[in-house]
Design a protein around this ligand. Structure first.
Ligand code: NAD
Length: 338
């Protein structure tokens, strides 16, 4: 079967990782990536052998900078079956008419509203419903982390309600111009934060409320997660269900901080210290009657990356079984390297 031809529009934190993950698969290929300016990230993309496409008016600037562009962004889009839009939240919306005019499938990220595609995706939760879809939104990092933890528990025990407090990283490590530097920012002051309703775009039947704050760190988010279930269970039952999930990783051996999780990612040679899995502390799983608590850390820069690959596979109908796609993606990117 011919490989699916993919463009990555927006080569920033998420886009560069999605491009590498697509490149690692044998059933899809990266036709090109887009950069607006010939900066250091474009230079690395050029070194990595990606064909760079840019706004038509900047083709000369790329030539001058020694990294000739392969063409305009529109020319890139005309060569592909599907575009993964990884532009900043809100920009993707303005690209929608262009994708529709050219007639290609499109994936957007969690910075866009659910209505942009009318379908929000998480591989473990609703892969099969994405089969053959033309437009899909892969939900944000926090929503992905919540869906991955809720779905297997709901399947096995039935979830009655979910409550989560989300302690968010302030910015990504390279965002030098933003803060906060010394504050805890309620984000927002009102409860719920947008995360609960966002989970409901994937799992509409889940009763969930979330509260969120931002703290001065760049490494990971941390969720305090509470679920009430419909079936009697023990902490061991919860651990067994969660440990059966390939994109959930248990952290222990004295780890008490996000910085130590990132150190593990570095030590095991993960690219860009990416931690694609939800990192759950099994020690934190505490059950009282039909209610349990846990802590999980979420690496915001990488958790949605395997989900984008699975979304492509479902939309292009390269694999009809979600579990098989998840496994194929995991193996190709090296997620089983623990
Ligand atoms: P980013 O700012 O790191 O990267 C965006 C890239 O798009 C930049 O390289 C920028 O130059 C480029 N760009 C801007 N306008 C463009 C245009 N018109 N055409 C082509 N390229 C353009 O952003 P990001 O953090 O990668 O976020 C991308 C999307 O992923 C957003 O929807 C965001 O909400 C979502 N997301 C981000 C994270 C995260 O923690 N960084 C996690 C999950 C989802």
């Amino acid at each position: 079967m011919a490989k699916a031809k993919i463009a990555v529009n927006g080569y920033g934190t998420i886009g560069k990782r999605v491009a590498d993950a697509v490149r690692a698969q044998d059933d899809m290929e990266v036709i090109g990536i887009s950069k607006t300016r010939p900066n250091y990230e474009a230079a690395v993309a050029h070194q990595l052998g990606y064909d760079i496409y840019c706004p038509a008016e900047n083709i000369g600037a790329f030539e001058k900078a020694g990294m000739p562009a392969a063409g305009s962004i529109e020319e890139m889009l005309e060569k592909v079956d599907l575009v993964v839009d990884c532009t900043p939240g809100g920009v993707g919306e303005s690209n929608k008419p262009i994708y529709e005019k050219i007639g290609i499938k499109a994936i957007w990220q969690g910075g866009e509203n659910h209505s942009i595609a009318g379908f929000s995706f998480n591989a473990e939760s609703n892969y099969e419903q994405a089969l053959g879809c033309d437009l899909v939104r892969v939900v944000s990092c926090n929503t992905t982390g919540l869906c991955r933890a809720i779905t297997p528990i709901d399947r096995e025990l039935g979830v009655n309600k979910v409550r989560s407090t989300i302690t968010r990283r302030a910015v990504d490590p390279n965002e030098i111009k933003k803060g906060p530097v010394d504050a805890i920012v309620l984000h927002p002051v009102k409860i719920p934060s947008h995360h609960g309703p966002d989970v409901q775009t994937v799992l509409s039947h889940i009763n969930i409320t979330t509260a969120a704050m931002i703290v001065p760190t760049t490494l990971m988010h941390l969720h305090t997660l509470n679920m009430e279930v419909n079936t009697d269970c023990t902490a061991e039952d919860i651990k067994k269900i969660l440990s059966s999930q390939s994109r959930i990783r248990f952290v222990g051996q004295g780890i008490t901080a996000t910085a130590e999780i990132i150190e593990v990612a570095r030590d095991i040679g993960r690219p860009r210290h990416d931690m694609w899995e939800n990192c759950i502390w099994p020690e934190s799983i505490t059950v009282t009657e039909k209610e349990f608590y846990l802590f999980q850390a979420i690496h915001q820069e990488s958790i949605v990356v395997p989900e984008n690959v699975d979304a492509i596979r479902a939309m292009m109908e390269l694999e009809s079984d979600g579990a098989k796609s998840i496994e194929k993606t995991n193996i190709a990117i090296g997620l089983h390297n623990k």
